[in-house]
Design a protein around this ligand. Sequence first.
Ligand code: PBG
Length: 341
Amino acid sequence: MSPRKPSATPALGTYPATRMRRNRYDAWTRALVRENTLTAHDFIWPVFVQEGRGKRTLIDAMPEVFRQTVDTLVDTVGEAAALGIPAVALFPVIPPEKKDGEGSEATRGENLVCEAIRAVKAQVPGIGVIVDVALDPFTDHGHDGVIRDGYVANDETVEILCRQALVQAQAGCDVIAPSDMMDGRVAAIRRTLDANGFDHVRILSYAAKYASGFYGPFREALGSANSLGRADKKTYQMDPANTDEALREVALDLEEGADMVMVKPGLPYLDVVRRVKDAFGVPTFAYQVSGEYAMLKGAILNGWLDGDRVILETLMAFKRAGADGVLSYFAVDAAKRLKAG
Ligand code: PBG
């Protein structure tokens, strides 16, 4: 820039001595003063696994996300690992005939999710495998626990969740992610894991999980939407109106032994991410859930939003809010974009 004639001693700290746009003048200064960065290491990729071989099926409300069989899943997980994505989160699609009121299939060591864990651990070295603990993929009523007198019974559910966590740990998963919102489940799962020699298996707790409409496409993907019908999960998932309560949930899960905590959904709850990170300073993750994916992807495919811009922008928003990482269906797409520069 050529120098301009100096004006009479401007007051420091205010315009015109201070011009915020100076640091935005060149790409190199913008890079130098950038406060947050996004890399493939920030992502956890949620994936859906179904029974069978060589099958990939579409999910209506999640364009370009597939339910995959174990054989094709390991290939795509391998691709994610090669892009530098540290971990995947596995979600099983259980056929209706294997669902019942108690979610019995969840505790069977040869079930689909355990098979997927074994295959990924054997065939994709180095990638972390995270698996939910919750009964909703396995129950015919679609709730995360067992129902007694019309209510999702807390303590009985926790006992089942411990058995679910154990078979998943025995199958070789690295991280147990309780997504059920029962009280006391983190402590119970920690005790069960330790008592069985799995003291290195980590717990990523869905600590502040809200009763959100943004899980709709996920429930379609799992086939749990039909099971749930018009019911909701408001007696165990949090009220979207609350944030102090989120801090109590996180505090309890940390006391009970959670290694990492999660806020869910993501973008509409970044205030909660920030409060959690500031209050506890622990590894904090956020889940950009299926409905957030659907909103963005739908608009991108319609040409209403520019995917080249908004995908990385939304993921950066999580970093800005203090998240250490993001679970996102865009993980592979975003990692490719970052690699391309
Ligand atoms: C299961 C579970 C849900 C999600 C992750 N684990 C759905 C729910 O609680 O109803 C939602 C993920 C998404 O919407 O992408 N407890």
